[in-house]
Design a protein around this ligand. Structure first.
Ligand SMILES: *[C@@H]1O[C@H](CO)[C@@H](O)[C@H](O)[C@H]1NC(C)=O
Ligand SMILES: *[C@@H]1O[C@H](CO)[C@@H](O)[C@H](O)[C@H]1NC(C)=O
Ligand SMILES: *[C@@H]1O[C@H](CO)[C@@H](O)[C@H](O)[C@H]1NC(C)=O
Ligand SMILES: *[C@@H]1O[C@H](CO)[C@@H](O)[C@H](O)[C@H]1NC(C)=O
Length: 639
């Protein structure tokens, strides 16, 4: 561990792109020499950038003790008691900044005690929109806080309150929160007084409710609009008139500075490393101690009967512990929970996803799980059972041998073992699975988190769409989902999911993510990654592919034969159709399947990266242009 830290320090590589005159003293900066988010317009780093480098309200700072990027952010929350918008503030660590999607990913510090701030009144508008993450239902309906004399006990599992909110405890009084949509008459609130409603706030920020939440928080900034500029690999900035403008970055010059290691730094690193090691050792000891052996034969029999009969099994939380052997083998960690390997019997393996950050009561969850449990398609992962035990929710899926597509896309040894023909088959399988989810069942099911990690491969490398943790069910008539939460993974998330300026959230948001996966299938291959890097340095990879094809250049120069060249080109063209910026311009899954199977090569889509050069221009979505693209899509692929 220690050599690793030292290696990080030694391999400093500070890049300083050249800037237009107005932005000369605003070079991109980072708090940590060994990584961390790059800070540039509209953000600025206090102490490193002068005021004019950033947009008002976009000030970040470096924490000198750990070199983390920090954000003292304010966001509006409505407090019904006063019927006004209150700016709450919290201190957060910045994990990622996506300048194209205009989204910042934060983890919020404990101890801000946001609920306590609600009754305070102050008024400065926030440039940020807070994205509430919603899991299954109850999007953005907020919380009602109750002040109770003494701790709540004696409640049914489904009526389990959130809290107590530790920072609001006064003497014997404890404060609890319920979703505002919960029917109050059924709640054990005889000793409680209603305090106020809090809406537009994520429960991650309600102190004391973080037992199960490991999630990050997303904030979207609608202004200044730099998306078009950023997607062309240019940077936004203020010009000499203090107006936002798009600056072209001609070339990158690299200055390599070798950081000298001071004794202090070495000591700090050693201390950090030792403490980390101690923390890990303590955690490990704790877990080992906690694992208990339980008699489980009877229950196991029942599970196996259900499994054979393809019935959905309901498990208790202690069943889940037993199945996963005390959460011993972690397979992965996503924004919505952790996945563990489990065993129903010696020969039936399952993957158990323990969900965090759940809203709504168990009944809603069970209803929705029932719907998902009825989904049977060769390209969709089978749900075996679930757990709804108080706030503990878990989904139990069939286990697939070959891991996820992600493993085959990273430019390691694995990638070369899957041929292009197989990749095309995988692309088609995923498309069929998604088409089934979108059209094949009684209710339209939107996935909202299509990415290579969520495409699992069985022993024959047949793909199965996995992880319905994010799926929100909605009826077919209502093909547009109202969504206040941003979800998914930056990079695969469709732009409209972050900002309504770009269109409505619908099944077309899944199409966007699918398109990014197709482009990843090509771009993740080492031969293409290297070619693109040599060619262009900084250019966004999908854009590089578009430009190559547009110029009529042979993108598949690194591929052995004509058939494979055809496959590569097809994957790229279909991918580019899918990542059209505006949802209306993207084809449906049915059309995508046709394009992948058709004899003829599909025609080139409009340039997904075309945008005006000025960042001042508002969203260029005009109904005429989107209708035009839709028409051309239809005429091209249905004839
Ligand atoms: C923080 O970064 C500075 C250089 O910017 C470096 O000298 C220092 O050692 C770093 N501190 C930690 C704790 O990594
Ligand atoms: C809850 O109510 C008690 C009694 O009225 C009061 O003393 C206490 O301050 C209240 N708690 C909060 C957080 O307002
Ligand atoms: C809080 O929200 C609930 C449900 O939306 C509503 O019935 C109630 O009147 C609200 N309370 C206040 C004080 O506005
Ligand atoms: C731009 O803003 C800075 C302060 O942020 C101010 O000092 C300067 O005068 C402004 N320039 C113009 C042209 O408005």
């Amino acid at each position: 561990m220690i050599p690793f830290f030292i290696f990080l320090i030694c391999s400093l590589n500070i890049q300083q792109p050249r800037f237009a005159a107005a932005q000369q003293d605003c070079p991109p900066a980072s708090c940590s020499p060994s990584g961390g988010p790059i800070v540039r317009f509209p953000f600025r780093l206090i102490g490193r950038h002068p005021q004019h480098c950033g947009y008002p309200g976009f000030d970040l700072s470096c924490n000198p003790t750990n070199n983390r990027t920090e954000f003292d952010f304010q966001f509006p929350a409505r407090a019904s008691a006063r019927n006004i918008i209150l700016p709450l503030s919290a201190k957060a660590t910045v994990n990622e900044i996506d300048y194209r999607a205009q989204v910042i990913r934060l983890s919020v510090f404990r101890g801000s005690c946001l609920p306590a701030q609600v009754p305070e009144v102050s008024s400065s508008p926030s440039p940020f929109q807070f994205h509430i993450k919603i899991m299954y239902y109850g999007a953005g309906d907020g919380y009602t806080l109750f002040n109770c004399s003494g701790a709540l006990d004696n409640y049914e599992e489904w009526a389990r309150p959130m809290g107590p909110i530790t920072c609001l405890a006064r003497g014997n009084h404890r404060v609890y929160a319920y979703r505002s949509s919960t029917s109050v008459t059924d709640l054990p609130l005889s000793r409680c007084v209603k305090m106020y409603n809090v809406s537009d706030i994520s429960e991650v920020l309600l102190d004391g409710l973080r037992e199960y939440s490991v999630d990050d928080t997303y904030l979207h900034w609608p202004e200044p609009v730099c998306t078009n500029c950023e997607s062309r690999a240019n940077y936004c900035g203020f010009n000499t008139n203090n107006q936002t403008q798009c600056f072209h970055i001609p070339t990158q010059s690299h200055h390599n500075k070798q950081g000298s290691i001071s004794d202090k730094a070495v000591i700090a690193i050693v201390v950090v490393a030792v403490f980390t090691a101690l923390a890990f050792a303590a955690l490990f000891y704790f877990y080992t101690l906690k694992r208990r052996k339980q008699s489980k034969e009877r229950r196991t029999e029942r599970f196996l009967e259900d499994h054979k009969a393809r019935r959905l099994t309901r498990y208790t939380y202690s069943d889940i512990k037993t199945i996963t052997d005390g959460f011993k083998h972690k397979l992965g960690q996503g924004g919505y929970g952790s996945v563990f390997r489990g065993k129903l019997s010696t020969d039936i393996l399952v993957a158990v996803k323990v969900l965090t950050n759940i809203k709504g009561n168990g009944e809603d969850f069970i209803n929705e799980v029932g719907t998902i449990g009825n989904i049977h398609h060769v390209n969709v992962v089978r749900l075996v059972g679930y757990c709804a035990d108080g706030y503990k929710r878990a989904l139990v899926y069939e286990f697939l041998e070959n891991d996820s597509l992600n493993k085959y896309l990273s430019s390691g040894k694995q990638s070369s073992t899957v041929g292009w023909e197989k990749l095309l088959e995988i692309a088609l399988g995923v498309a069929r699975g998604l088409d089934y989810l979108h059209q094949g069942c009684k209710q339209r099911i939107l996935h909202f988190d299509i990415k290579p990690h969520n495409i699992l491969l069985d022993h024959n490398l047949n793909p199965k769409v996995a992880d319905f943790g994010l799926a929100k069910l909605c009826s077919k008539e209502k093909s547009v989902v109202t969504m206040t939460g941003a979800r998914g993974t930056i990079g695969y998330i469709a732009p409209e999911v972050f900002s309504r300026n770009f269109g409505k959230v619908s099944y077309k948001s899944d199409i966007y993510s699918y398109g990014m996966v197709l482009l990843d299938m090509v771009g993740g291959r080492r031969e293409f990654g290297e070619a693109a890097a040599q060619d262009s340095g900084e250019v966004y990879f999908p854009e590089w592919m578009y430009n190559q094809l547009e110029k009529g250049e042979d993108i598949a120069i690194h591929v052995d034969n004509v058939e494979e060249t055809d496959i590569v080109k097809r994957l790229i063209i279909v991918g580019l159709w899918c990542i059209q910026w505006y949802p209306a311009d993207r084809p449906s899954m049915k059309l995508i399947i046709q394009m992948l199977e058709a004899q003829n090569m599909p025609i080139m889509p409009p340039n997904p990266f075309a945008a005006s050069n000025s960042a001042n221009s508002t969203s260029p979505l005009s109904s005429s242009s989107s209708t035009m693209y839709t028409t051309s899509t239809t005429t091209t692929f249905t004839s």
